[in-house]
Design a protein around this ligand. Sequence first.
Ligand code: SAH
Ligand code: SF4
Length: 327
Amino acid sequence: MNKDEIIEWLLGCDDDALFERSAQIRHQTVGDKVYLRGLIELSNICSKDCLYCGIRKSNSEVERYALSKEQIMSAVDLAAELRFGSVVLQSGEQTSPSFVDFIDNILRTISSKYGESLGITISIGEQSEGVYRRWRSAGAHRYLLRMESSSDELYAKIHPAGYILSERLDALKLLKKLGYQVGSGVMIGLPYQTIEDLADDLIAMRKLDIDMCGMGPYIEHSAAPLSKIETAYTPEERVKLTLRMIALLRIEMPTINIAATTATETLDINGRVKSIAAGANVMMPNLTPLDMRQKYCLYNGKTSTNLEIENYNIEYGERGDSLHYKG
Ligand code: SAH
Ligand code: SF4
């Protein structure tokens, strides 16, 4: 699809035809399976100050936490017991040697306990090449790092000075080179964002040749500076655009794994089911201990329910690697 065609679909020229086509492609490629990843939010301590995020360093109202090794391992054990095929370890960005060692240790512990039967995804922001290498050899299979937006200008507007999109894109290329299955994604409905930007985002993900994608609506956090700037999109429009983005990405990149995100469910109670119907094939039920979960608050009203899903085959006990990944 060229950019003009993508824009037409994003504008909602024919949603029925779009979702029919994405469902058909999904059925023929990744099939109707839905894979589960247990999401564990390791810590809300973050050294960065992204203007949209509730746990940004400058938000002094946040009570900070870091899960202990025991807490993390019981959440991992729960994922294994529930026969989820994978875990996702996500955290605020930290780069201290002690943090890097801690993650290394966790990865080794999970790998030695579960071997290759449990997929391990990490999402811990931008790190040095050495750190990415270490964590890969300690057992991480996949890395999630959203580009947030493929527009240099928009990226600059939603981040403090000095945060540069090309560095994030370089990190994604590096992760790919190091043999990770690489996931990326964007926020949808940001202030200043245009439909053209979203079309460019899809083209950028195609160009990066990602293996996995997690994208969802932008949601204001009242303590984050970006919430003072109004976005042009209502919450309903953000959900609609998210579903169209998922469908278009499924059509453009048929074999990748696409997650139904919590942010979509936060704005629409049926958001996850609708995302799956649009072409997503991964769900990430939250396994963070409840009292900590509330403190990992990236945006207002974050939900964290687990839901039953009909008509799709939930693949218990399967890692569900991206079919797009070639090692
Ligand atoms: N610190 C890591 C991982 C945790 S943040 C990182 O930034 O990569 C994970 C994702 O949450 C971010 O990539 C961003 O896309 C999303 N996020 C943060 N604030 C958000 C908000 N207000 N609305 C929607 N998504 C948000
Ligand atoms: Fe930190 Fe990630 Fe939030 Fe940015 S988006 S402030 S890196 S947790």
